[in-house]
Design a protein. Structure first.
Length: 429
C-alpha cells in the first residue's frame, strides 16, 4: 500500500487546503525517498538465512506500521519524508523475503502462479490506498493502513517455515512436517528426499559475495534479473503507480482523477491475477516479451495523443477518452508479464548458497531504478509534458522486448535445481 500512497496524497498536499503546504517539486521527493529505504535494507535482509524465512517475513510489517504512525502524527514535511524512507525498508524486505519463501514452498508446476501472488497483493494494496486516500484525510488513511499492517503480521504467524531452510539447518523432521502441511498430504517422502539432495548439492558450492561475480552461472542469473528489473521500471510502471492521479489530472477527461486511478489499479490487480493463471501454461519468456511489446504500443498511442494536444493547435476535446483507453491498454499488457515475471524469476534463479546475497544486490538495484524513473518522470513532465514522458517509456519497451528475446531463459515447469543446471549450460531434461 505504501508504494501507491503518493497517488492520492500528492494532489492533496499541493492544494491550497493542505495541512502541510508543499510544492509539486517538494512532494515529488516522496517517490525518491521511498526506494531509498531499499539501500539500507540489506542490513536487515541478511537475517533470512540466519533466523529463517518466517521470522524474516514477520519483520516486514514492523517498519510498515511505524511509517503509517509517523504519517498519522505528522506536522511537517520532514515527518512525511522520514515515513517514506521507513516504508521503503519494509517494501524492499517484502520484495526480497517473499519471492524466496514462495519459490521454496511451491511445486514447480504451480511455482509461477503462486510467486505472482506478491504482485497481485501489491496492486490490490494500490486499489485500497487510492480508494481510502481519495475519500479520507491523509491522517485517517494512515490509521486505516496501520491497522491493515497489524492484520498482515497476524496472518504471517499462521504460515509454516520453508522446508528448504529447515533442511539447510539439518532439521529434516520439521521440514517433512512443513511440507506435509503445504502439500495437504502425507506422502511427501520422495519430494523431501529430492529437495534435501538439491539443497545439499547447492550448499557445497561457495557462497561468498564474490562468487556471485566469478561463477559464470551466478553472474548470468544476476545480469538476467537486473536486465528484466530495468526493463520493468523503464516501461514507466512505477510512474503510473506513484503518479496515477497526477497523470489523469494532466490528461483531463470527463472522469474524475480519483475514479480513474481506482479503475486503473483495480484492472491492474485483475490482469495480474489473470497473468498468474497463464504464467505456468505459456511460460515466463513469451509472456514477458509479448507484454513489453503491448505496453510499448499503448505508450505510443498515448505519446501521439499528447503530442497533438500539447504541441499542435488541433482541438482534441472530443478525444479526451484516449488517455484512459491508453492507460487501460497498458494495464492489459503489463498484467500478463511485465508486472509479474521479474518477481517470479527473483526466487527461481539463484542457488541457496548465494540467494540471500543476490537478492540484497537486486533489491538495491531495484531501489535505484525506482528512484531514477520516479525523478525522471517528474523532470520530463515539467519540461516536455506527457508526450516526451510516454515517448521515452515507449522506446524503452520496444528496446527491452528485442534484447530480452536473446537474454531470458525459460524456467516454466523446472525445479530450482534444473534451472541451476540450465544456467550452467548442462540442463538435459
Amino acid at each position: 500500500m505504501s508504494g501507491g500512497w503518493t497517488s492520492p496524497t500528492i494532489p492533496k498536499l499541493i492544494s491550497n487546503t493542505s495541512y502541510i503546504p508543499m510544492t509539486f517539486e517538494e512532494a515529488s521527493w516522496f517517490t525518491v525517498l521511498h526506494p531509498l529505504g531499499s539501500l539500507v535494507s540489506p542490513i536487515f535482509l541478511m537475517m533470512a538465512n540466519r533466523i529463517g524465512r518466517k521470522l524474516a517475513l514477520l519483520f516486514i510489517p514492523i517498519p510498515q506500521f511505524l511509517s503509517w504512525l509517523i504519517i498519522a502524527f505528522s506536522t511537517t514535511s520532514v515527518h512525511l519524508y522520514i515515513s517514506r524512507i521507513v516504508a521503503g525498508v519494509s517494501d524492499a524486505s517484502l520484495f526480497t523475503f517473499l519471492p524466496i519463501y514462495l519459490s521454496e514452498i511451491t511445486e514447480p508446476k504451480v511455482r509461477g502462479r503462486w510467486s505472482c501472488s506478491l504482485m497481485v497483493l501489491l496492486y490490490f494494496g494500490q486499489v485500497v490506498i487510492n480508494a481510502t486516500g481519495s475519500y479520507l484525510g491523509i491522517r485517517t488513511t494512515a490509521w486505516v493502513a496501520a491497522a491493515l499492517s497489524l492484520v498482515g503480521f497476524l496472518i504471517i504467524l499462521l504460515v509454516p517455515e520453508s522446508p528448504y531452510f529447515l533442511l539447510m539447518r539439518g532439521r529434516k523432521e520439521e521440514a517433512e512436517k512443513s511440507l506435509k502441511f503445504l502439500r495437504w498430504r502425507n506422502d511427501v517422502g520422495k519430494e523431501i528426499t529430492q529437495i534435501s539432495s538439491d539443497v545439499q548439492r547447492q550448499l557445497t558450492e561457495r557462497g561468498r559475495l564474490r562468487d556471485l561475480f566469478i561463477i559464470k552461472s551466478n553472474l548470468r542469473a544476476l545480469l538476467i534479473c537486473m536486465k528484466i528489473r530495468l526493463s520493468q521500471q523503464m516501461s514507466g510502471m512505477v510512474a503510473f503507480i506513484f503518479y496515477s492521479q497526477t497523470i489523469f489530472k494532466e490528461a483531463g477527461g470527463d472522469i474524475h482523477q480519483s475514479i480513474s486511478s481506482i479503475i486503473f489499479m483495480s484492472l491492474m490487480t485483475i490482469m495480474s491475477c489473470l497473468g498468474a493463471s497463464f504464467i505456468d501454461k505459456f511460460g515466463r519468456k513469451p509472456l514477458f516479451i509479448g507484454s513489453t511489446l503491448e505496453c510499448g504500443t499503448s505508450l505510443l498511442i498515448l505519446s501521439v495523443y499528447f503530442y497533438v494536444k500539447e504541441y499542435t493547435s488541433i482541438n482534441v476535446d472530443s478525444f479526451n477518452w484516449i488517455p484512459l483507453i491508453g492507460m487501460l491498454l497498458f494495464v492489459l499488457g503489463s498484467g500478463f508479464g511485465l508486472n509479474i515475471v521479474p518477481t517470479v524469476l527473483l526466487g527461481e534463479m539463484f542457488p541457496v548458497s548465494v540467494k540471500e546475497k543476490a537478492l540484497c544486490i537486486l533489491t538495491c538495484f531495484f531501489g535505484l531504478c525506482v528512484m531514477l524513473v520516479a525523478k525522471l518522470f517528474q523532470i520530463l513532465l515539467q519540461t516536455t509534458g506527457l508526450f516526451g514522458t510516454f515517448l521515452l517509456f515507449c522506446i524503452c519497451c520496444y528496446v527491452s522486448a528485442i534484447t530480452n528475446y536473446f537474454v531470458l531463459i525459460e524456467t516454466k515447469g523446472k525445479t530450482l535445481e534444473d534451472i541451476q543446471q540450465e544456467l550452467k549450460g548442462s540442463y538435459l531434461r
